[in-house]
Structures are given as structure tokens and as C-alpha cells.
Design a protein. Structure first.
Length: 141
């Protein structure tokens, strides 16, 4: 094709495009994903604090022995069924979407009461450089 012919083809293509009615293409808004946001008041201690966010899988029938934390524990049950015991409180029975907060120094334990593994998403707001979890004696029944 000669340069003159190519220029003619380009002009024809430009004319055709210009004559076409342009329509605005709208991109659909993204569908929001389901989620959860939890907010708890967390008392500030005198010491510097650090936040740990972890997941923990508890096998079917598994238990977490009695213990305490040098700060606040906040948990969300992603899957499975668990029971939480805290000294001086009623037993909490939680399934997927359940959540709880354990205040600083509160003796507590947990267990998986389901037939499958349970997964918890845990957030600890604890004293910096302190041991994250300390064993505790089981309370007298």
C-alpha cells in the first residue's frame, strides 16, 4: 500500500469513528464484601503496650488450659464451636461470627465443643516485653 492509500484509509477510519454514536460505558460498583468490625474500650495500663493479631486453630475436642494475659484479649470465632470460661462469669458458647473480650489478668480457658477444628482470630493488647500468656490455676467449682 502506498503512503497516499494508507493516509486515505486512516482518514476513512477516523471519519467512521467520528460518525459513530459514542455511549458511556459504566463500570458497575463493586459489591461490598461481608465483614465485621468490632470495637471495644481497652483500658490503657501504665506500661508501653503492643498489639498482637494471630489466628489459632483448636482441634475438635481440644482445650486451652486456664491462663491469663498481661492485657486485653479480643477474639472472633471464624469457624467451629467453642466455649469460653472466665472466672466469675457465665460460660460463653460461641459459633462462627461469635466474639468476646477477656479483661486484663482475668483467669480463663476455652475448649472446642464441635466435631471439626475451630479457628479464632485473636487480638491481644498487652504490656510490651511481657510474657503473652501465663498459666493459672483452675478455679474451684
Amino acid at each position: 500500500m502506498s503512503g497516499r492509500t494508507m493516509a486515505g484509509v486512516a482518514m476513512l477510519a477516523a471519519a467512521l469513528l467520528a460518525s459513530c454514536k459514542q455511549s458511556e460505558v459504566k463500570t458497575p460498583e463493586p459489591t461490598p464484601k461481608p465483614g465485621m468490625e468490632l470495637a471495644f474500650d481497652v483500658p490503657q495500663g501504665d506500661a508501653a503496650q503492643v498489639v498482637h493479631v494471630v489466628t489459632r486453630d483448636i482441634p475438635a475436642g481440644g482445650e486451652i488450659p486456664w491462663h491469663t494475659h498481661p492485657g486485653v484479649e479480643i477474639a472472633y470465632v471464624e469457624s467451629g464451636n467453642v466455649e469460653l470460661e472466665m472466672v466469675g462469669k457465665d460460660v460463653l458458647k460461641l459459633g462462627p461470627g461469635g466474639h468476646f473480650m477477656v479483661p486484663r489478668g482475668t483467669v480463663h480457658s476455652g475448649r472446642n465443643t464441635g466435631q471439626a477444628a475451630a479457628r479464632l482470630v485473636l487480638t491481644y493488647v498487652v504490656d510490651k516485653d511481657a510474657t503473652l500468656r501465663m498459666p493459672a490455676e483452675a478455679p474451684e467449682q
